[in-house]
Design a protein around this ligand. Structure first.
Ligand SMILES: [Zn+2]
Length: 137
């Protein structure tokens, strides 16, 4: 039920309901990257496609490819039943964007502060410790 407030709302972005199929992975000249938006007024970088800057509310914004590397800020392991464990954490990308991300920990164990790199598997994306990443990433 929607209450009649008399105030018209303009929705400029929608929350992402799930990491699966979030539409954040794009194809750029440099390869597949997370989609970002850079504000042409204040220089702020945001994750996702935006039409308004979340810092200065400016509308002069441009799409950009986000950095593929960053630092693991914090993480947890979700136990989903059975033996399924889904590592999930916040990654601070090198362009000062923090994102919630699936993590993979093949090889080097996860720890806060470690360098991580973007990995792409089909339409899925994740971060993995730099030391564990396949060569070429
Ligand atoms: Zn701005």
């Amino acid at each position: 039920m929607i209450a009649a407030t008399g105030i018209e709302q303009t929705i400029v972005s929608q929350p992402t309901p799930d990491l699966d199929g979030d539409g954040l992975l794009g194809t750029f000249p440099e390869g597949r990257r997370l989609v970002g938006t850079r504000c042409d007024s204040c220089g702020c970088t945001m994750i996702g496609a935006r039409i308004v800057c979340s810092t200065c509310v400016g509308t002069e914004v441009s799409p950009t490819a986000l950095s593929t590397t960053g630092v693991l800020y914090a993480f947890t392991r979700l136990h989903l039943g059975g033996a399924t464990v889904r590592p999930l954490g916040y990654v601070d990308l090198d362009d000062e964007v923090r994102t919630l991300a699936d993590l993979r920990e093949d090889g080097e164990p996860l720890r806060p502060g470690m360098r991580v790199v973007l990995g792409v598997d089909g339409d899925d994306w994740y971060f993995i410790p730099v030391a564990s990443a396949p060569s070429g990433e």
